[in-house]
Each structure stands twice: as C-alpha cells, then as structure tokens.
Design a binder for this molecule. Structure first.
Ligand code: FAD
Ligand code: SIN
Length: 536
C-alpha cells in the first residue's frame, strides 16, 4: 500500500446558501436519547428549540437500555460509596469533581423523571434497586423490568411534547456542523426525510448523537450508533478525547443469524452464573467478585475461556431462577429467550462479549461546553471525565441526564444573556468532482466492522493497530472523496473517520488501563499514561 494520504474535507457535501432551504432556531439539539431530550427540555426555558434525530424519537441507544440507572436512594448507601465505586472502576482517569457532581445530582433528577411520568419498578411501594458489577451497593433502579431506557425516554418524550417552543424533526440526518470565521458553531446542515438538504442556523447547538458501537461487527448497539457526532465534531475542529476506551459488554446473546441482543448484567446481579462449554463456573478463577467483577475483567475472562475451551461462546446459567419471578422481573429477556426456543429452566443462554459503549467522545468542561464556541455536547457523544478508563454499569443513563440538563441550561443561560444575532449568512463550499469508480458502501462498512472487531477489539497489540490504520487509510482514499446523497454513505464516511482515530488512540496508549487491554503492554504505566489522549 502507498502512503498517499486520504483526502480531508471540512464538509461532506457541497454547500450553497443560495439554493438550500434554511431556518433559524435559538437552540439546535441533535439527538433524541436521554441526553438530547433532557437538554431540549432545559433549553426551551429560554427560547425556541429544534430537536433533530436521524430516525424516530424512539430510535436510540437510550430506548434499548435494559438494566437500569444508578442513583443513591436508600439509607444503606451514600454519595461517598457511589463516588468511590465510580473512581475505583475509572482506572485513575475519572475526574473526581465530575464524579461527585453527577452522583449528587442523581436523586433530584430521578424524582423529576418520576414527576414527568417514568415508572420505576417498586417492591412494597419502595423503588427496587439491584446490583451490577463494580457497585458495592444495590443502587441500580429499573423500569418496565428490563426496559429501563424505554421507561425513561417515554417520560422525557411526554414532557418534550408538552413544550410549545420545541420543534421536533424526525428522519433528519445531520451531516455537518457549520462553523464561522472564528470557528464558532453556527448550526448544522442536514438532510430531511424527502432527501433535500436543509440548513438550520442556531445560536447554540447541542450535540447528543450517542455512541459508536456499530463500528464493530459484534455490538449491542442499534443501527444508528455510527459515531456521526464524533466525526462531525472532528471535522469542525473540536477536541475528541479517549477514543481508545470502547467498553465491551460481557454478555450478548450468541445465536448465529440472530441480532446480538444484550443480556442484561442485572441478571448476574441477581445470581446468574457464567459457565464454559464444559459446565464449569469459571469467574472465581479470574476475580474475587466473580460474576460481579468489573465488565472489562468479565469480558476478558470470557474471551480467555472461549480460547481455552475452543468455543465460540460461553453460557449464562439461570436454570435455578424462579421462572415466574424471572418472567415478571425480566420480561424482555424472557421473550427473547422464548423466541429462540431457549427454555431458561432447562437450557443455558449462549453469550459472548460485544462492543457496547464509547467512553471517549467530544471533550467537554463541567458546563458541557466543547472546545468550539457555541457548541455543547452531552451523553455518550461527550467525554465528561465521569467514566475515566472504564464505565460503571448504569452510570451512562445518569450521565446523559445530568449533562443533558447542564448543556440545556448553559445554552439557555447564553440565550438569556445575549441577543443571539441570528442572521442570514451566505455560505459556499465546493467539492471537486470525483471521477473514481462507484462504491459498494455496504461492503466497505461490513469490512470495516470486521476489521475493528479483529484488530481494535477486546485485546489489542501494536502490529494489529498499525495494520488497522493502514487498511482504513487505504479505504478512505476512495471513500472520502465521494459526495454521497444518502445517510448510508455519510455514515460510512463517519465510521471510517472515527475508526481511524480509535485505532490511533489505541496505538498511542502503550499500556493497559480500564477497558483498553494491550497484549504487548499488559501493565498499567502511570508514569507515562495517567493522562487523557486528545485528538483534534
Ligand atoms: P442515544 O440514546 O444513543 O441517542 C442518540 C441520538 O442521536 C438518536 O436520537 C439518534 O437518532 C441521534 N443521531 C445520531 N446521529 C445523528 C445524525 N447524524 N443526525 C441526526 N441525529 C443523529 N446505560 C445505562 O446506564 N444503563 C443501562 O441499563 C444500559 N443498557 C444498555 C443496553 C443497550 C442494549 C445499549 C445499546 C446501551 C445501554 N446503556 C445503558 C448505554 C446507554 O443506553 C447509552 O449510553 C445512552 O442511552 C446514550 O444516550 P445518548 O442520549 O447519549 O444517545
Ligand atoms: C445492562 O443492562 O447490562 C447494561 C447496563 C449498562 O450498560 O450500563
């Protein structure tokens, strides 16, 4: 392969304000997950808000969240415990002030969700809390059993729909953030459901575009998690941080041909046992907390067991559960197992790890501000400093809620303080015609996902990381110069952009820490790497 650099283009599409429909809004929110919904509600206190999302309001990682949301509610727990657990899991990279900020905000925001219509499950009138790996207390509360994300999103959507100054545009694909002469964010250009380009000028923009799981062949994430927000922010010049930290969830249903559905960790919190193909319960051999060890430990233990036993998966054993209780407490998993003829009283559930959560993201400060003026970020797309090098289960819905509110409130504060001076701008960006051959974009995407799984997966090493970058650069040479006209193509360009950055960051971190495990550097190296890796 030659070393010719792929083209870097500031915008994926040509822009001409003379021929593109446009409108103005005080605050543009991109994303309808927990972070975007919460941000929009908050920002609407000070002006008009437009919320866009690339599918329906309900299509998001949030909607699919199962296990729960972490919050200190019981008298047998304390903020100090939750802070200590989060810091211990974060591998020395969490920001203690951010951790304290998020943990202490949790109870008030949970009460607010209840007021807005989220039903958290109760036992004898008290909100039920369970455990997940790394939590020293039962503080994971849940809704609809194992459909917590849906429960939270439904409450937020109801509140959002009731606000008269929030406009929702579904099936709107945000292509790029528009920036001005001082690199300030001016809004975004996107594509409406009818296929037409649309410019939305905004005094403030909030990026809440979620994660990057779809960059991997094996993932818990729904189709939309293609890292668009990270790629857009990168093209606009924002600082991205810690992209090497992709969290792998230990237990995804492994049935050939079936989608890789998550099997919630709260099952292990309530006594499920991991067994290898020979029936041995193996987690005690790897960590004193066994099934409730931190996720990175469990994922690597499963991988090791798969290699030792020459198997493609291990099993989750819940045969000892009371079946009636299981069906009531975990209706989603119960239905899923039933649909594959898995009788959980007799059969074990085949599972293996897969890509789950992007810990890194657009770097933000404690008010959710990015390095680009007028641009805020929140939720999985942001790197706030909460998770450090490893995320504690059920802390991400919480982070989305807290930072969504902060981003919305910061945008609202800006709008109240200043006249936004929204005015028509003339903007022209031309893209040279590409005479290269047409592409099978689906093949590029599938090949990329397989490459990321092989070379930038649960365990990494330098030669594989360098090889991944070379291959991605080669693909970029004939994908990035194209002008696509559909989300499928723009997503492909975004995936290539972010995959390269992830491989670069993973190569740069020549140590093992949290979810990032380097076979060639298996130890943590605090002398050189107790720091973040910024890319811009
Ligand atoms: P998302 O909820 O992913 O929303 C992203 C939004 O951005 C979507 O509306 C999407 O349409 C929009 N978007 C993206 N790109 C574009 C674009 N180009 N143009 C327009 N719109 C765009 N966390 C927990 O804390 N507890 C759990 O129990 C839990 N369970 C999980 C289970 C599963 C199966 C998965 C996948 C994740 C789980 N997580 C859990 C993680 C958690 O769900 C996510 O981290 C969190 O919901 C992210 O919220 P968000 O608002 O940042 O993004
Ligand atoms: C799960 O339910 O196992 C997912 C929880 C999370 O990712 O926080």
């Amino acid at each position: 392969m030659t070393s010719k650099q792929p083209e870097f283009r500031r915008y994926l599409v040509p822009i001409n304000t003379l021929s593109t429909p446009q409108f103005f809004t005080d605050c543009l929110v991109i994303g309808s997950g927990v972070a975007g919904l919460r941000a929009a509600i908050e920002a609407s206190a000070a002006g008009s808000v437009t919320l866009v999302c690339k599918g329906t309001l309900e299509e998001s990682n949030t909607w699919n969240a199962q296990g729960g949301i972490a919050a200190v509610l019981g008298s047998d727990d304390s903020f100090d415990n939750h802070v200590a657990d989060t810091l211990a899991t974060g591998g020395g990279l969490s920001d203690p002030d951010v951790v304290t900020q998020v943990v202490t905000e949790a109870p008030a925001l949970i009460r607010e969700l209840i007021e807005w219509g989220t039903d958290f499950d109760r036992v004898n009138g008290t909100i039920d809390a369970t455990r997940e790996g790394g939590h020293s207390r039962a503080r994971v509360i849940h809704s609809h059993g194992d459909s917590t994300g849906r429960g939270i999103a439904e409450g937020l959507i109801k509140k959002l729909r009731a606000a008269d100054n929030i406009t929702v545009l579904e099936q709107f694909f945000a292509i790029d953030l528009l920036t001005g002469e001082d690199n300030e964010c001016l809004g975004a250009i996107g594509c409406r459901a009818n296929g037409n380009l649309q410019i939305i000028w905004a005094a403030r923009t909030i990026l809440a575009t979620g994660g990057a799981g779809r960059l991997y062949r094996e993932t818990t994430n729904p189709d939309g998690a293609t890292a668009d927000g990270l790629a857009m922010a990168y093209r606009a010049g924002a600082v991205l941080r810690d992209l090497e930290f992709m969290q792998f969830h230990p237990t995804t249903l492994y049935i050939a041909g079936a989608s890789r559905a998550l099997i919630t960790e709260t099952l292990r919190g309530e006594g499920a046992i991991l067994r290898d193909r020979d029936g041995n319960a193996f987690m005690k051999d790897y960590h004193p907390e066994a099934e409730l060890a931190p996720r990175d430990v469990v994922s690597r233990a499963i991988l090791d067991r798969m290699l030792r036993t020459g198997s493609t998966h291990v099993y989750l054993d819940i045969r000892h559960f009371d079946k009636a209780h299981f069906q009531k407490r975990f209706p989603l998993i119960s239905e899923l197992c039933g649909s594959f003829d898995i009788n959980v009283s007799k059969d074990m559930i085949p599972v293996r790890p897969s890509a789950h959560y992007m810990i890194g993201g657009v770097r933000v400060d404690r008010a959710a501000a990015t390095s680009i003026p007028n641009l805020y970020a929140c939720g999985e797309a942001a790197s706030t400093g909460l998770h450090g090098a490893n995320r504690l289960g059920s802390n991400s819905l919480l982070e989305g809620l807290v930072y969504g509110k902060l981003a919305g409130s910061a945008a609202a504060g800006d709008l109240r303080r200043r006249d936004p001076h929204l005015h028509h701008r003339s903007f022209v960006f031309e893209v040279p015609h590409s005479d290269r051959s047409r592409l099978d974009t689906e093949d590029v995407r599938n090949s990329l996902r397989a490459l990321m799984w092989r070379n930038v997966g649960i365990t990494r090493e330098q030669t594989h990381l360098i090889e991944a970058q070379e291959i991605i650069r080669f693909w970029q040479r004939y994908v990035m110069d194209k002008v696509f006209e559909t989300p499928f193509g723009w997503e492909c360009q975004n995936m290539l952009t972010v995959a390269l950055l992830m491989a670069r960051a993973a190569e740069a971190r020549a140590e093992s820490r949290g979810v990032h495990f380097r076979k060639d550097y298996p130890k943590t190296d605090n002398d050189h790497f107790q720091k973040h890796i910024d890319l811009s």
